[in-house]
Write a protein of this length. Structure first.
Length: 131
């Protein structure tokens, strides 16, 4: 645990932990909704079962793994700030103290999101552009 996080009062750590969990769930839901679209394409005959299995495999090996690593290894403050900037969390979900504390970090990710560099929902399934 980084020294900076260790100095934060436990209620702030708990709030950040809960917000990270919510952001993780939201990002997984968005990624799974993209994957669900491929199941719809398979059911309608637009793609065959071999293509669907390849997409599922790529989703598991890349997209799901990337999300897992990000939330297991990532800095909680950065994860929450990015989640606010990309709409996975609403600002009003954060305690006022956290919003004040993270204002500059949220602004950084908002600029990045505006440039579409850090928007997980727009990336879809990693490598899906090949399909």
């Amino acid at each position: 645990m980084p020294a900076v996080q260790a100095k934060r009062p436990s209620y702030r750590k708990q709030a950040l932990g809960e917000l990270v969990k919510q952001a993780h769930q939201e990002e997984l839901s968005r990624a799974l909704n993209v994957l669900a679209g491929y199941f719809d394409e398979w059911r309608s005959g637009k793609i065959d079962s071999i293509e669907l299995i390849q997409i599922i495999h790529k989703f598991h090996q890349q997209t799901a793994h990337e999300i897992f690593v990000r939330y297991e290894m990532g800095d909680h403050r950065a994860l929450v700030a990015n989640a606010v900037a990309t709409g996975m969390l609403e600002r009003n979900q954060l305690p006022d103290e956290l919003i004040r504390d993270m204002q500059r970090l949220i602004a950084y990710f908002e600029v990045a999101a505006a440039k579409e560099r850090f928007i997980p929902s727009k990336r879809g399934i990693v490598g899906s552009e090949a399909w």
